[in-house]
Design a binder for this molecule. Structure first.
Ligand code: APR
Length: 312
């Protein structure tokens, strides 16, 4: 019998350590937490491990600075890189995080050639493209954190406004995980009722705008880093859909191979997540206005990809 699945989290900072904690508490995965800082992943892993007897989980959790410990991981979550400071956009992180994600991907692939990679490092759409490029994996095995988080933010604001249960909101946010993100109120529902029937257009526009700037709102409040509770929750839901072969429809960053008329670019779209990673890219029926917004979003990501100057 195969034991628990193995999940590696690269980067033991705010997002990575929160992922490791949430995963360990789920109980179905052994977790390896890796960072370049000596002692950091070991210390955080030990601390999480010591919460096991209190909470009643037995997952193994290992902190390490070496990729040997990550060998044959089923899923790898990449959170290594710098986070935003107030006034910075996700794009400002591009070149610094490019170097980190390229190196990390090469190491991950060397030790776990069959794994599925979930990228959190920003700007995430470009980083997913980079991880695909470095790993040479098929597109189903590399995806990124976008709409699950952005949709979570939109759903929070909608639930607050309507005094409804957040879990009843099914948000639709696609495109870049950045300024050109495409919030689609027409396809956002509360238990099947379109949002456009529940709130006036100006109110919806304000909530959509707050969603697009949702990450920056947190950065401005924290001052020393960026969001990590909601991002780690989203990452673990995505990993869980893969690990438990849930076939969940989730909004994730994926490479387009002609879907939505877009090629060779990564954007957020609904995908079916199961044991093979992205098992299907779902094409929503969009209005011409929504299509234009998505095209502009894809162009914004394409520009970032161009800046990385990737060579084959
Ligand atoms: N290999 C492994 N770990 C690395 C590397 C590397 N080459 N380079 C940096 N790290 C580690 C850092 O040592 C740090 O512990 O990545 C961690 C990043 O943690 P934080 O600074 O706390 O950043 P965090 O808030 O977790 O965000 C990480 O996720 O959401 C995105 O925009 C965010 O790109 C950022 C990333």
């Amino acid at each position: 019998m195969k034991g628990r699945v193995k999940v590696t989290v690269i980067g033991a900072g705010n997002v990575g350590a929160s992922c490791a904690q949430r995963l360990a508490e789920k109980g179905y995965a052994d977790v390896v937490l890796l960072d370049i800082i000596e002692g950091l992943p070991q210390g955080k892993a030990l601390d999480i491990k010591e919460s096991g007897p209190i909470l009643g989980f037995d997952s193994k959790i290992t902190g390490t600075n070496s990729y040997e410990a990550t060998a044959n991981s089923d899923v790898v979550i990449v959170t290594s890189g710098v986070a935003r400071k107030p006034g910075m956009s996700r794009d400002d992180l591009l070149i610094t995080n490019q170097k980190i994600v390229a190196e990390v991907t090469r190491n991950v692939v060397k030790h776990s050639p069959e794994t599925i990679i979930i990228v959190a490092t920003n700007p995430v759409d470009a980083m997913v493209y980079l991880a695909l490029h470095e790993s040479k994996f098929p597109r189903n095995r590399v995806l990124g954190l976008s709409g699950v988080l952005d949709g979570g933010r939109f759903a929070t604001f909608i639930a607050e406004e309507l005094q409804a249960s957040a879990g009843d909101v099914s948000p639709c946010v696609i495109g870049e995980h950045g300024k050109s993100m495409v919030v689609i109120p027409r396809l956002t529902t509360v238990k099947g009722i379109p949002l456009t029937k529940l709130l006036p257009a100006d109110k919806i526009a304000r909530l959509a705008d707050r969603t697009v700037n949702g990450g920056a709102e947190i950065v401005a409040l924290l001052k020393t880093g960026s969001a990590f509770y909601a991002p780690s929750a989203a990452l673990v839901e995505m990993a869980e859909a893969v690990i438990l072969d849930k076939k969940r429809l989730m909004l994730c960053a994926a490479r387009m191979d002609g879907e939505y008329g877009i090629k060779d670019t990564v954007i957020g779209v609904p995908v079916k997540l199961g044991k093979d990673g992205i098992e299907q890219v779902v094409e929503l029926e969009l209005t011409s206005e929504e299509k234009t917004a998505l095209m502009n979003s894809a162009k914004a990501v394409q520009e970032l990809i161009g800046v990385m100057k990737l060579t084959s």
